[in-house]
Ligand binder design. Structure first.
Ligand SMILES: *Cc1c(COP(=O)(O)O)cnc(C)c1O
Length: 368
């Protein structure tokens, strides 16, 4: 190995999917694989998760990539479509639509005769981003139901803004608002993301405020990849297994004298004679520049603090206290021994951003 590799474990993805099913028994699962399956590889993850009820992406391009990769499952585009051309693509590639704005309904009403597509009506119950406002929900539903470009059996969807905060009352309020928007619903309903699935049973099957005759759908993203959606509960506590292990080779081990500095800006100075491992990994691979302060890598099972700045292609770790580190050894940047959540915290960001920032020069290796 001479560069960074993201080892992706199929069994972890499948095990995390089993955890989704355990948390949401009887529910349909829409596996969220947008943004290159959170960096894990779009088509490969779609194949590994075959058997889910649907796959969800954020962009029409991602949906097309799935179809061109031979994926035949139901595909939902969470951002829907924006113009006539995208609607044409959705029809050509059989992509289910999320209808979140009135201009989309206008376009559907004006659409040329052709394939009718299944659609989800998305209500803004408090995220304040995409969605039809709750008082316009009924009218939007009626227009969509009358529209030949939309197949019968429209689903109802909303997205939670604060489900990762288990002390917040926002999630209950959002579910109430959805119920008020929809009244009695003769179709499927989908509310819960990962944090909803693991923290808010009412979001899995929101039947307290809403009566509906269809299926309940959950939309897990992060938890499928084995990462905790909660700041104060680890993935292992939640029974999740990280699917990605990001690994880099040690390409040099240097002896530095006390007083010598390491890296750009000479921000780290050895306070003793030190042994420094140089890894072929940097922000050009997706290791965050800001991870330098306080973060560590794991080499041969032992933790070694990152010292100096992370550069584009290299980073340096203090291995003075480790035994026998040599060029060719493998360092883990995140994975089992060092959760991506911890690296994200050191870098002042969220694990979502780190996973989706693994760059294209990193090879994905799929193992069982
Ligand atoms: C990304 C996304 C999800 C998945 O969220 P996680 O927090 O990763 O589980 C679900 N629904 C919608 C609409 C999304 O955009």
């Amino acid at each position: 190995m001479s560069s960074v590799v993201a080892v992706i474990r199929a069994s972890a993805l499948q095990q995390n999917l089993a955890t989704v099913r355990r948390c949401a028994p009887g529910c349909a699962v829409m596996a969220v694989i947008k943004a290159n399956a959170y960096g894990h590889g779009l088509v490969a993850v779609a194949r590994i998760l075959n058997g889910v009820d649907a796959l969800a992406v954020a962009r029409m391009r991602e949906a097309i990539e799935l179809r061109e990769g031979g994926v035949d499952s139901i595909v939902v585009c969470l951002s829907g479509f924006t113009d006539v051309d995208e609607l044409k693509l959705a029809r050509e590639y059989r992509v289910q639509l999320v209808i979140h704005a009135r201009h989309q309904i206008d376009l559907l009403e004006q659409a040329a005769p052709g394939v009718a597509l299944p659609a989800w009506l998305k209500i803004d119950s408090g995220m304040g981003r995409l969605g039809i406002s709750s008082d316009e929900g009924r009218a939007a539903f009626q227009r969509l139901s009358a529209c030949p470009a939309v197949s019968p059996g429209i689903g109802l969807m909303t997205h939670l803004a604060c489900a990762d905060d288990l002390g917040s009352d926002a999630t209950g309020k959002q579910i109430d608002i959805l119920g008020r928007a929809a009244g009695d619903w003769e179709g499927d309903v989908s509310v819960a993301n990962s944090a909803g699935i693991m923290g808010w049973p009412d979001s899995i099957r929101p039947s307290a405020s809403l009566s509906y005759t269809g299926r309940s759908w959950v939309r897990p993203g992060l938890m499928l990849y084995g990462v905790s959606p909660f700041a104060d509960r680890s993935a292992s506590e939640l029974g999740l297994r990280p699917a990605m292990s990001l690994q880099a080779p040690v390409i040099s081990v240097r002896r530095l004298k006390a007083g010598q500095t390491v890296g750009y800006g000479a921000t780290w100075r050895a306070d003793r004679d030190s042994l420094i491992a140089v890894l072929a990994a940097g922000y050009g691979d997706g290791m965050p520049w800001r991870a330098a302060a306080g973060s560590a890598v794991v080499i041969n099972g032992s933790s070694a603090p990152i010292v100096g700045r992370v550069s584009m292609d290299l980073l340096t770790a203090d291995v003075t206290d480790l035994e026998d580190v040599r060029p060719g050894d493998t360092a883990v940047l995140w994975g089992d021994d060092i959760p991506v959540e911890a690296v994200a915290e050191c870098a002042g960001t969220i694990p979502y951003e780190l996973l989706t920032s693994v760059t294209s020069r990193v090879k994905r290796d799929y193992v069982d």
